[in-house]
Design a protein around this ligand. Structure first.
Ligand code: ATP
Length: 217
């Protein structure tokens, strides 16, 4: 069994997270995807939802979706410390041993930003990377170090992902969803309707709690 983690800020969770992840599960044969909300360090501007609110929205989003669960480990780190993916993956490995399959899911935008991540070239020691395409983010990799690293580890064969616990990069053929949390926060603040961009219970929560200035709508 291949466990998959989908890391993100989820401020808020939206269909751009859920739909590609569901399609990816079918394409790759994933039986479980753990949503991994990250910790926002205090120095980041925060007009946005609190950790508890982001978590509540995740819980509402997956109520009827047994494919998904939530892993809160990054929320438990000290308030002043950001959580790094490499540390989270290392911790997961320590807990689950070296033989279990682990995949980390990310969008193309995250892949392009990878060279700024802590010890990014070591990520594949712990997991496979599953990449979902995303509108507005080029499939072309211009960073030569990143491009070389991808070429070395890429597979187009889903069976590889199940045959070894970590080490491969796989580009999925998931649907393009032109949705971002930034756009949703801006639309709510505008105010513009966002109800087709995220699950209804999540929108109701946003509205009830006045998140992102939602009371104006
Ligand atoms: P923001 O707009 O606030 O930066 P976001 O919409 O990118 O947020 P995150 O929670 O930061 O959402 O994203 C978590 C993960 O999901 C990232 O790996 C990101 O690339 C991916 N992702 C988010 N939206 C999409 C989308 N529309 N299509 C594919 N991947 C996505």
């Amino acid at each position: 069994m291949l466990t998959a983690l989908l890391g993100g800020t989820f401020d808020p969770i939206h269909y751009g997270h859920i739909r590609p992840a569901k399609a990816l599960a079918k394409e790759v044969g994933l039986t479980q995807i753990c949503l991994l909300p990250n910790h926002i360090p205090p120095h980041k501007p925060q007009p946005d939802a609190t950790t508890a609110e982001r978590l509540a929205m995740l819980e509402l989003a997956i109520v009827d979706l047994p494919l998904f669960s939530i892993d809160t480990r990054e929320l438990n780190v000290e308030a002043a410390r950001p959580s790094y993916t490499i540390d989270t993956l290392a911790q997961w490995r320590k807990q689950n041993g070296s033989q279990k399959g682990l995949a980390f899911i990310m969008g193309q935008d995250s892949l392009l930003s990878l060279p700024s991540w802590k010890q990014w070239q070591n990520l594949l020691d712990y997991c496979h990377l599953l990449i979902c395409q995303r509108p507005h983010y080029s499939e072309k990799i211009t960073d030569p170090t990143l491009a070389k690293w991808i070429a070395k580890h890429q597979t187009t064969n889903v069976a590889d992902l199940h045959a070894s616990p970590a080490g491969y990069i796989y580009f999925a053929h998931t649907p393009l969803e032109d949705i971002s949390a930034t756009q949703i926060r801006q639309n709510i603040n505008a105010p513009k309707n966002v109800e087709n961009l995220l699950p209804p219970p999540v929108w109701r929560y946003i509205h009830q709690h006045g998140l992102y200035n939602a009371k104006k709508i």
